[in-house]
Ligand binder design. Structure first.
Ligand code: SAM
Length: 257
């Protein structure tokens, strides 16, 4: 079902929460429950689950974003702020980097971590990616890392992020995607459905949230479907960069006008 588009989500009364079918109005609350529950262990679990490789994926996206001094950057669904932190360093004192997330617990962890790194000038804004509270054409660069698959109406989120870009600005979507090699896919399935929930139970005392993680990845649109959705949202020159054999993909597109 990885190619399912979010068109179905907005057109019907139900949508998916992992493999479960739930009323559309319920999904946001269910996702909030997951991230409120895992917020305090989120960074530790990221390192454990990916054996630290999420740092390499993020480094790739940061380099591809190519933030320059003085630029305005918005990190949507920014959670604990891994991307925003590097963007703040790259944009420098003349730039503006905003960390945004729908979830207060994740945003709180993010703000704490930014301050721990001496970054006190990164505003944190609680906002839904589907309806961002920023003026049209504000940002040079917008990113959403491992966030889009949690959003109920992904098309609305892509349109909202595109609207907030300046003409010429870029949107980067980093998300779990579809492994290119079927053998890798099989091994990855074993890992996701056996080991991940076990780690969630032992480390975060929350098996269900990590089962949701595995399921939500399988329900997320694959590389080509997401590329099409970005183009439908008004982005051009959309390119796909597969990382770790397609386990993760970074999509970058530009708002031309
Ligand atoms: N970007 C961070 C990273 O890469 O480590 C955090 C990713 S975390 C897996 C997903 C984040 O998406 C959570 O912090 C969650 O609160 C946020 N999120 C979920 N639905 C959202 C929505 N509709 N709008 C904005 N953020 C959302």
């Amino acid at each position: 079902m990885a190619s399912e588009s979010s068109k179905n989500e907005s057109a019907s009364d139900t949508t998916h929460f992992g493999y479960e079918q739930v009323p559309v109005a319920e999904k946001r609350g269910r996702v909030a429950g997951v991230f409120t529950s895992v917020a305090h262990k989120y960074d530790l679990m990221n390192d454990l689950m990916s054996l630290g490789i999420h740092r390499v994926w993020k480094r790739f996206a940061i380099d591809l974003a190519g933030v320059r001094p003085g630029e305005k950057v918005l990190d949507v669904a920014g959670g604990t702020g891994d991307l925003a932190r590097e963007f703040a360093r790259a944009a420098g004192p003349r730039g503006l980097v905003i960390l945004s997330d729908i979830n207060a617990a994740m945003l709180g962890e993010g703000r704490k971590r930014l301050v721990d790194h001496g970054l006190v000038n990164v505003p944190a804004v609680q906002a839904n990616a589907e309806a961002l509270p920023f003026a049209e054409g504000t940002f040079d660069c917008i990113t959403i890392g491992f966030g889009l698959r949690n959003v109920t109406d992904k098309d609305a989120a892509l349109r909202s992020m595109t609207r907030c870009l300046k003409p010429g600005g870029r949107l980067l979507v980093m998300e779990f995607s579809k492994p290119l090699n079927p053998l890798l896919g099989k091994a990855y399935d074993q890992y996701s459905f056996k080991l991940l929930p076990l780690m969630g139970r032992v480390v975060a005392r929350d098996e269900a949230s990590y089962r949701y993680l595995a399921e939500s990845i399988r329900m997320h649109p694959d590389q080509q479907t997401l590329k099409g959705m970005m183009e439908n949202a008004g982005l051009a020159r959309v390119q796909v960069y597969n990382l770790s054999g397609g386990i993760v993909a970074v999509h970058r597109g530009f708002r031309l006008e």
